[in-house]
Design a protein around this ligand. Structure first.
Ligand code: KG4
Ligand code: ZN
Length: 353
């Protein structure tokens, strides 16, 4: 670090509203100044999943108070902001619209540039706040509620190649669905993680999708979690039909082991086969303790340098958007037009609008 440089770097505001978290972050360079998050998760719990309309209204209510908290945390005023970054996709269209609307209003009022950025790239970019600039190239394993991807990142602001993805459910989605089968409340990921701590991960051998030799030819770096989810449901049904108790902790631990196993196995394989010795992980499901520990173990064995953001930076937040925004600004990319729209199915390779 050179003494004075950070103050010369632009102050970037990041706004996130793609799902059920309203996030506002403030970042200067790679320094995190504020990370304020409001969640509407409790309002969705009784429906067993995120209700888009409820999420949009919650963002509308939470946006201004969350911005206020961010200014206070960072000790800055809105007029100190040099650029505004906002998630424009992928995510729920109505929810994204609230964040993009707020970002446009701020950019216009403050007379600063607006950058509409990709939520998935932001999950990877956030790691700079903890571990400094990303190595180039690096592989990235992205595991969130709606996406599971293996990426080759040459430049997180403009050059990301998708090596593999799920061919059906996202890993986070599988966590949520298996939790429901086990009678655990929404959102299921953290519940499974907690419940699994008391279970035996070797108790039940659940299937590892797309790892058979012929699948490894056609879907070398892809995953499938729908068969695993069904296998867990069948296993539980059989126990209940036989009048036996369901060992919830063992099922949770064995399921979690199967997910962590296939995710880390293919990520390490892709690193080896692409001659990349850095792996960054990001996304809500990367908060999972077994996924973190198995990744650490396998990367150590393979000589891969692993970077994982701390848990609250893995789940959705505004700091990740500000972190990506700061890198986009530093790289000199053109700002987005003020008629920027949202894109609920924005591909991971499209980073700045
Ligand atoms: O990235 P994220 O916050 O939102 C999306 O962009 O989708 O990811 C949310 C997902 C949910 O499926 C949630 O169950 C999962 O991340 N998740 C976890 C854990 N914490 C959150 N999954 C497994 N273990 C956890 N500890
Ligand atoms: Zn996310």
């Amino acid at each position: 670090m050179t003494g004075q440089r950070p103050t010369a770097e632009p102050l970037v505001l990041g706004i996130e509203s793609s799902c059920d978290e309203t996030g506002v972050g403030l970042v200067r360079g790679t320094t995190l100044l504020a990370d304020a998050v409001a969640t509407s998760v409790d309002e969705h719990a009784r429906f067993g999943g995120v209700v888009p309309e409820v999420a949009s209204r919650a963002h509308l209510e939470a946006m201004a108070p969350t911005l206020e908290r961010a200014w206070a945390q960072a000790g800055v005023r809105p007029t100190d902001v040099d650029a505004v970054a906002v998630t424009r996709g992928p995510g729920l269209a109505g929810a994204l619209t609230v964040g993009v609307g707020a970002a446009k209003a701020l950019a216009l009022a403050l007379g600063v540039p607006l950058y509409g950025v990709n939520h998935l790239a932001a999950h990877v970019a956030v790691d700079v706040l903890e571990h400094g600039p990303l190595p180039r190239p690096t592989a990235a394993l992205l595991v969130s509620g709606g996406h599971t991807s293996l990426l080759l990142v040459r430049d997180i602001t403009c050059d990301v190649e998708q090596l593999g993805t799920t061919i059906d459910d996202a890993a986070g989605e599988a966590f949520d669905k298996v939790a429901r089968v086990l009678g655990l409340p929404f959102p299921g990921g953290p519940q499974i993680d907690r419940t699994a701590a008391a279970g035996d991960p070797q108790a039940i051998r659940f299937p590892r999708g797309l790892t058979a030799p012929h699948d490894m030819r056609e879907h070398r770096y892809d995953w499938s979690f729908s068969g695993l989810k069904t296998a867990v449901a069948r296993w539980v049904e059989r126990r209940l039909a036989a009048g036996q108790d369901v060992p919830v902790a063992d099922v949770a631990a064995s399921f979690q082991e199967a997910v962590a196993d296939v995710l880390t196995r293919k990520a390490v394989l892709a690193c080896r086969e692409h001659g990349v010795d850095h792996l960054v992980m990001g996304g809500g499901a990367v908060a999972n303790s077994r996924l973190r520990s198995l990744a650490a173990e396998r990367c150590r064995e393979a000589g891969i340098d692993l970077r994982i953001p701390r848990r609250d930076l893995c789940t959705d937040n505004g700091a990740m958007v500000a972190a990506l925004g700061a890198q986009v600004v530093a790289a000199g990319h053109a700002p987005s037009p003020l008629d920027l729209s949202v894109d609920s199915s924005l591909p991971v390779t499209s980073i700045v609008a």
